[in-house]
Design a protein around this ligand. Sequence first.
Ligand code: ADP
Ligand code: MG
Length: 160
Amino acid sequence: MASREILTHSSEETLQRGREIGALLKPPVLVLLSGELGAGKTTLTKGMVGALGAAQEDQVTSPTFTLVHKYDQGPVVYHVDLYRVENFHDLETLGLDDFLTEQAMVIVEWPEKLTLRTDWPVVRIQLEHAGEDRRRITIRDEAGILGSEDRGPQQTTTSP
Ligand code: ADP
Ligand code: MG
């Protein structure tokens, strides 16, 4: 599995990395974004969604309270933030399993809150504070879809 570490020095740089990643991703794909509050998950998402052509970057805002935003100016993106999800009922009403039946890009912030079973390719991205405006971004490209590796059929279970 390809794993890559990047250091960014500003939110603009993280946005740019998001654009680069988004340009390489083709739905269906599940992107799991881990990291503390303010680590840059939503910033990275803006770049990815913009590059995919699903929305303008400034239309992409945090779905902290609504839990999910859908962008569908072209390809469909579901941007999910599970930070405020407290119980199983919240998760049920979200309909996450239904998103995973569409030809979409599903981006999940705080993926530790749930277990998902999917045969979609999964990209795991961990963002960490690295002092002031620095962020360490570790990309685990489990299905090899960001590089040149072959993508074989696989079953992935994400667990808390
Ligand atoms: P999260 O979704 O992980 O809570 P956001 O992307 O919403 O994080 O917010 C990140 C915050 O950190 C923004 O206020 C942004 O301006 C700031 N920031 C500072 N340096 C960086 C960086 N290198 N990458 C991303 N965000 C940064
Ligand atoms: Mg966020």
